[in-house]
Design a protein around this ligand. Structure first.
Ligand code: AMP
Ligand code: MG
Length: 409
């Protein structure tokens, strides 16, 4: 059976970023930039005052009480008309361009008007240095330098830097559309009262949320019965999206029809089953097309199996489609908050809560009853990856942890 790493590498080998699109900058949050953006001007574009005060010649200020003649007042957005010579000062506001001749700004708090006359100022400070309380043109960025590199995930910080450079449209990788089809005769919509033997379709809600947390767009397709013609029709609809996720119907039951119906629809199986707990029955295939192949995942129906296999395999694929590199889930070494006796011959991903304590990160395992136990995942924010061997852990031992979608990312 494939290992988690082999299965992930087969998925990523079939996955490449979607063709880039142009978006208004305001719509680009959470997208990855597809091409470097260069600055179209210096930042700041002119020598600029950082304080409200007086623009002066620094060498004029040698002892407290220097008197200067105020020759002009410059507010933000106004261009100074007069050069400041020795013995002179310009009243200046934060953000206004520094007049020629001046090389320092004295804060207004360190000045007094002489007899209330706005044309005569007394500088209380004993001295100042050239460059005080101002920023020179191009200090932050020079024209033609890279503002944000291709491959960067756009957050508020990057969007602001691009906005400063007038980059009102950006080339980014689009968010994939991900269809979600729950399969199972026992399933009813979540607003229904289940009859004997029935359960609510919680996987659709969960997977749609995980898709959103990964930065993609969910397309819920409702419930398909375990019946060939119904499955075939829904699979065809799902293959309109960039990615199709099915939940259920991929194990060894008599009504587990998903793999054969996918192959009937032209989806090529890449693998079926992974050596992992929970999630062993995972199925993955591609619908090959001339431009972009569609990815199809048959997730095991048990809710925590679906949740975990989404995090381990689907999320990385979605991240790769969105241009994120590296796409693989990042593991962190964290100390166990308590002892734990682990015995399983499959690599196991165990729901857990990672928290920041006084002396770093620590992780507590959920009281988890296995792959159908969705309730105990409430409040968890990651999973501990246990190796396939019996180990007696003591509190303080280090374990490897993967954080759920949307946690610290
Ligand atoms: P399956 O993979 O179809 O054999 O289903 C495995 C288990 O997961 C069964 O107990 C199903 O009832 C349950 N299950 C399947 N689909 C869903 C779903 N959409 N929501 C919640 N539980 C499900
Ligand atoms: Mg089923």
């Amino acid at each position: 059976m494939l290992s988690v790493a082999e299965a992930l590498s087969r998925i990523l080998a079939e996955t490449q970023a979607l063709p880039a699109v142009t978006l208004p900058l305001g719509d680009a949050l959470g997208h990855v930039l597809a091409a470097d953006v260069l600055s179209d001007m210096d930042s700041p574009p002119f020598d600029k005052a950082l304080m409200d005060g007086y623009a002066v010649v620094a060498s004029d200020i040698r002892s407290g009480g220097t008197r200067l003649e105020v020759i002009e007042e410059v507010t933000a957005g106004v261009v100074p008309q007069r050069m400041v010579a020795s013995g002179e000062a310009t009243r200046i506001m934060t953000g206004a361009p520094l007049p020629e001749g001046a090389d320092a700004v004295i804060k207004v708090e360190e000045t007094e008007l002489d007899g209330g006359d706005p044309r005569q100022v007394r500088i209380l400070a004993d001295s100042t240095l050239p460059g005080q309380n101002l920023i020179r043109r191009g200090t932050n960025k020079r024209t033609g330098e890279v503002v944000v590199q291709a491959g960067t995930l756009l957050r508020a910080q990057e969007l602001a830097a691009l906005a400063e450079m007038g980059c009102h449209e950006v080339r980014v990788f689009p968010q994939p559309r991900v269809a979600v089809l729950a399969t199972g005769d026992e399933l009813v919509p979540i607003h229904s009262q289940p009859q004997p033997g029935q359960i609510r379709n919680s996987n659709e809600t969960m997977l749609c949320a995980q898709i959103k947390q990964a930065g993609a767009i969910p397309v819920p397709l409702g419930i398909a019965r375990d019946e060939r013609s119904e499955l075939a029709a829904r699979i065809d609809a799902g293959l309109e999206a960039d990615v199709l996720l099915l939940s259920g119907g991929v194990s060894a039951g008599v009504l587990d029809l998903v793999p054969s119906e996918l192959q009937q629809a032209g989806v090529e199986q890449i693998f079926h089953k992974v050596n992992v707990k929970p999630g062993k029955p995972l199925w993955f295939g591609v619908l090959r097309q001339s431009d972009q192949s569609k990815l199809v995942f048959g997730l095991p129906g048990n809710p925590v199996s679906s949740m975990v296999t989404f995090e381990l395999f689907v999320r990385p694929a979605l991240r790769r489609l969105m241009g994120v590199d590296p796409a693989e889930p990042q593991t962190v070494s964290v100390r166990l908050a308590h002892s734990h006796s682990h015995r399983d011959d499959r690599p196991t991903y165990f729901p857990a809560s990672i928290s920041l304590t006084g002396d770093g990160l620590s992780v507590s395992l959920a009281k988890w009853h296995g792959s159908s136990d969705l309730q105990s995942t409430v409040g968890t924010n990651g999973m501990v990856a246990f190796p396939p061997e019996p180990i007696e852990y003591s509190a303080g031992d280090t374990v490897e942890v993967i954080r759920w979608s949307g946690e610290f990312s």
